[in-house]
Design a protein around this ligand. Structure first.
Ligand code: RET
Length: 256
């Protein structure tokens, strides 16, 4: 009976020790607030910079919608085990749908700010292709061929490091140097987001897929994959957007 009541209530109950559910909830709120902030700020910018801030708004808006779905998916599955510990199902599918939409948009952000230095479509294409490879191989390892999660994670990481190379040392880095000034400074901050902020994702992947792998110790660290992904999303999507916002503020003030 108790179990029945619990499962009936579960879709709108939040257990006090449900940290995963808490981060889905607060992630959803944060993304909504950020999206509202970016959208409502649009009018203050020169036309040229509006698109960049609009994309920041779209990234956080798309994430807010997916967080609503992920939060519901999690809370509909969550149960307390005999020890009073919370367990639930990861919304892997919604997670990757969100990423496959928002990560290419982050590549668009790089492209848009480097356009002043003559960035070509080919740079955008290259970065989007790499990010799609990174995410599709990650999905295969996390959801489809879970037995070979290490191998798929390796392919995904290779694409990730190709992106890191492109923006830190490759063509995108050269363009940023040519642009100089505020654009170069903003590019550098975004580079740090990708190097440090994005590295949380493979960490979450290792934690979540540790079962039966050579890195099984990652599963014993007391970390939770969804909490790591949720923290990373908040840092990267909102932080990234704010860097673009700050750049647009500077640029619009200069030419005004
Ligand atoms: C807004 C969402 C973002 C910025 C998501 C980024 C996701 C990644 C950088 C994921 C990377 C992964 C690896 C490098 C290896 C393991 C599999 C992934 C997909 C978690």
């Amino acid at each position: 009976m108790e179990n029945l009541t619990m499962s009936l209530l579960s879709s709108n109950t939040m257990y006090a020790n449900d940290y995963v559910g808490f981060t889905f909830f607060i992630g959803c709120m944060a993304m909504m607030a950020a999206a509202a902030f970016f959208f409502l700020s649009l009018n203050q910018f020169d036309k040229k910079w509006r698109t960049s801030v609009l994309v920041s708004g779209l990234i956080t808006f798309i994430a807010a919608v997916h967080y609503m779905y992920m939060r519901d998916y999690w809370s509909a599955s969550v149960v307390l085990d005999e020890a009073g510990k919370v367990t639930g199902d990861s919304p892997v599918f919604f997670r990757y749908v969100d990423w496959i939409l928002t990560v290419p948009l982050m590549c668009v952000e790089f492209y848009l700010i480097l356009k002043v230095a003559g960035a070509k479509k080919s740079l955008l294409t290259k970065m989007i292709v790499l990010s799609v490879i990174m995410l599709v191989t990650g999905y295969l390892g996390e959801a489809v061929y879970t037995g070979s999660a290490a191998l798929w994670g390796f392919f995904s990481a290779a694409a990730y490091f190709a992106i890191v190379y492109e923006i830190w040392l490759g063509g995108a880095a050269k363009l940023a140097k040519e642009a100089g000034g505020d654009v170069l400074a903003a590019h550098k901050v975004l580079c740090w987001f990708v190097l440090v902020g994005w590295i949380i994702y493979p960490l979450g992947y290792l934690v979540g897929t540790a079962d039966g792998q050579w890195y099984s110790f990652m599963g014993d660290l007391g970390l939770n994959m969804d909490v790591l992904y949720n923290i990373a999303d908040a840092i990267n999507k909102i932080g990234f957007g704010l860097v673009i916002y700050a750049l647009a503020v500077k640029k619009s003030a200069v030419s005004a």
